[in-house]
Design a protein around this ligand. Structure first.
Ligand code: ADP
Length: 674
């Protein structure tokens, strides 16, 4: 009975679809029974083979990597509700190789005969699992794609109207923005064809784009760069055109080759407009720079002309003077002409120097109390001869001045008036008239008065186009060069700069053929204690008698300069010794044959220059060497040169050509202060 029943059970169990087996729920998990389906599933033909292959244990049926998870599931089943099936998935390694996925429904039972056992139904779900895994992978890839896309988008500042994902390897593309849900893959080449049509893209650019957008070309372009951009013009439905850009960014590479590429398309119409604006700005800046450089070139040409003309006169009259050695009258005439031309040259050099000071922002106003009415006679002196020669009428009216003494820079103020009056004289033909009027107006600020200087002439006038450029450096009207007037077109720009620095203004009115008017307005602080100032001014009168007999050491490498200086100094009865450079001067001082009261020191000299010589002199032992006044006499007239002279140990700096009165005055001040 029992045996029959046994067979029947075997028969029944055989009929159970799928795999079925029973094993002991003890530690060894020994297999009690396995149906043929299980045997086949594990790649075996017979049950014995199967038992041998699995070592007769459930443990041998599970992929070692999944065993821990499966064991845990078994333990849970035993501890939990035994009436429920335990469900677990694991991998099996069938005998013939490969991997199978098993779906396992187990049930824990305590049987009277076998004790605690597991009944297990298993199914081969490899196919289903593989499908699932594929699906999962696809989903994961999608997630990765999205992440890459997000990153690519974030890494660009553009706001795209459309974004595509292109797989250069399989040649498919997909729109992912704005229609991100559109998962339809299109052949990339077809997508290009659909996009680059004569209706959509300007024709010639379409041809170019088509080449650039070929997968092979993109791949090449993106090997070493992470992104490339192609600009093109897109046609809009209303037949207008807008500039767009295609930006290709690599999202994914394989061995350096770009595989996945995002393509963003956006309008750059505004950017192009801005670029055009900037280009125009650049072009106009370039034009201005070119004009400025042309003006400078013209200036150089003019300047060499303007230097050459008086220079020729100097050379020519010097030559003539030498020939007229026996006629003092003719000689004097030559010297006078040399003097005139030298003055012209000097003014030119002063102007150039002033202009470079202005350009370097180094022009300084040094105000002091000064009688304004002293200026015009001095300016007049400078133009008197020309006025006389041309037969010009000159009138000067200062009746409008109440406060004559003001706080102003006399040198610069003189320069302003001289430039304007000088021009009026220059550009007014014979028989013309020049009026200068100075007036004073009250201002709202206490102690400050407004002064107005009007210079009016009946000269050739200035054309209105040129009037607009009159204060621009190096500009001058063409006819003035032709007419042979000196000047390089720096006078008025310098004048305007000085007036600006004095917080004033300058205006011009002019009519060609009728004449010009220049109006300068400057606020000055008034100095009311005039008597005191006058007394002081008189006291200051330079009396140089005290300098007679003083011993001067003249350090200068240029023989001609030494000669001029010696002659002028000796006229005032000073005693002069000469040294050709710093080295010689130092030697003369060191050997102590003579004691010098003052040293006049040139700066640029061979062997030892003025700065070095001064430092060496100050370093000599003996207090007289640290005290002896040293005055720099130098052609370098910039502020730095002065500063360097002082810092090397000199007491004062005077610029060349040597102004004997200034030299004597400085000497007196320094010697008196001792
Ligand atoms: P320049 O050293 O050449 O005189 P300026 O700057 O003083 O330079 O003057 C520039 C140009 O302005 C002159 O060359 C001349 O063409 C014009 N100009 C200046 N003042 C007058 C004036 N009073 N009458 C006519 N033209 C003038």
């Amino acid at each position: 009975m029992e045996a029959i029943k046994k067979i029947e059970i075997e028969e029944i169990v055989k009929g159970i679809p799928g795999g079925f087996f029973i094993y002991y729920a003890n530690g060894a998990e020994e297999i009690i029974y396995a149906n043929q389906e299980v045997v086949y599933l594990y790649g075996c033909d017979t049950r014995d083979e199967f038992l041998e292959y699995t070592n007769g244990s459930f443990k041998g049926m599970v992929h070692p990597e999944d065993l821990e998870r499966v064991e845990k599931s078994i333990a849970d089943q035993i501890a939990g509700n035994p009436r429920n099936f335990d469900y677990v998935e694991y991998r099996a390694l069938p005998k013939g190789g490969g991997v199978k996925w098993i779906e396992d429904f187990g049930h824990f039972v305590k049987s009277d005969i076998y004790g605690e056992v597991f009944y297990v139904f298993i199914t081969d779900v490899t196919e289903k699992m593989e499908r699932n895994i594929k699906q999962k992978k696809r989903l994961m890839n999608l997630a990765i794609d999205q992440e890459l896309l997000r990153k690519s988008l974030e890494s660009t500042v553009y706001s795209f109207v459309k974004v595509y994902m292109i797989n250069l390897r399989d040649g498919y593309s997909r729109e992912i923005y704005p229609d991100i849900s559109n998962e339809e893959n299109k052949k990339y080449i077809d997508a290009i064809d659909a996009y680059i049509t004569p209706e959509n893209v300007m024709e010639e650019e379409g041809r170019r784009l088509r080449i650039l957008l070929q997968p092979e070309h993109l791949q090449k372009a993106l090997v070493e760069r992470d992104s490339v951009e192609y600009r093109y013009r897109r046609k809009l439905p209303d037949s207008s055109v807008e500039w767009c850009v295609m930006v290709f960014t690599v999202s994914d590479r394989d061995k350096g080759l770009p595989i996945t590429v995002t393509l963003g398309i956006r309008s750059i119409e505004k950017l192009i407009q801005k670029e055009n604006q900037q280009r125009l700005l650049l072009e106009s800046a370039f034009m201005r720079a070119r004009q400025a450089s042309e003006a400078k070139t013209i200036f150089l040409a003019n300047m060499s002309h303007d230097i050459r003309t008086p220079m020729n006169a100097v050379v020519g009259f010097a030559e003539l003077g030498l020939r007229h050695g026996n006629s003092p009258e003719k000689m004097r005439e030559c010297l006078r002409k040399i003097q005139d031309s030298s003055q012209v040259l000097l003014r030119l050099i002063d102007d150039i120097l002033d202009m470079s000071r202005i350009e370097a922002d180094r022009l300084r106003i040094e105000p002091e109390s000064y009688d304004l009415l002293e200026i015009m006679p001095q300016v007049y002196q400078m133009v008197e001869k020309e006025i006389h020669d041309k037969g010009l009428k000159f009138s000067y009216d200062f009746s409008g001045i109440k406060d004559r003494v003001v706080f102003c820079d006399p040198t610069r103020m003189k320069q302003v008036l001289y430039n304007l009056v000088g021009n009026a004289v220059k550009f007014t033909p014979a028989g013309g008239k020049i009026d200068v009027r100075i007036s004073q107006y009250e201002s709202l600020s206490n102690g400050i008065e407004n002064y107005e200087f009007i210079i009016r002439d009946t000269g050739i006038g200035i054309a209105s186009e040129f009037l607009a450029k009159i204060f621009i450096p190096f500009e001058r009207e063409k006819n003035t060069t032709v007419s042979g007037n000196f000047g390089v077109g720096l006078g008025l720009p310098i004048t305007k700069n000085i007036v600006d620095l004095m917080n004033g203004s300058i205006e011009t009115e002019s009519e060609v053929g009728k004449g010009s008017t220049f109006i300068v307005r400057i606020p000055f602080q008034v100095v009311r204690e005039m008597e005191e100032q006058e007394a002081h001014a008189q006291e200051d009168q330079h009396t140089f008698s005290g300098l007679a007999g003083k011993q001067v050491l003249l350090v200068e490498d240029n023989e001609l300069n030494r000669e001029i200086a010696r002659e002028l100094l000796e006229e005032y009865h000073l005693l002069v010794d000469e040294a050709e450079d710093g080295d010689i001067a130092l030697e003369m001082l060191q050997n102590g044959e003579k004691e010098y009261d003052v040293i006049l020191m040139d700066i640029q000299m061979p062997r030892m220059n003025g700065y070095e010589a001064t430092k060496a002199i100050r370093g000599l032992s003996g207090s007289k060497f640290s005290r002896i006044p040293i005055i720099a006499l130098s052609a370098n007239a910039f502020e730095e040169d002065k500063r360097m002279a002082i810092s090397s140990g000199m007491n004062h700096h005077l610029s060349k050509p040597m102004d004997i009165e200034k030299v004597l005055y400085t000497m007196k001040q320094l010697l008196d202060a001792e």
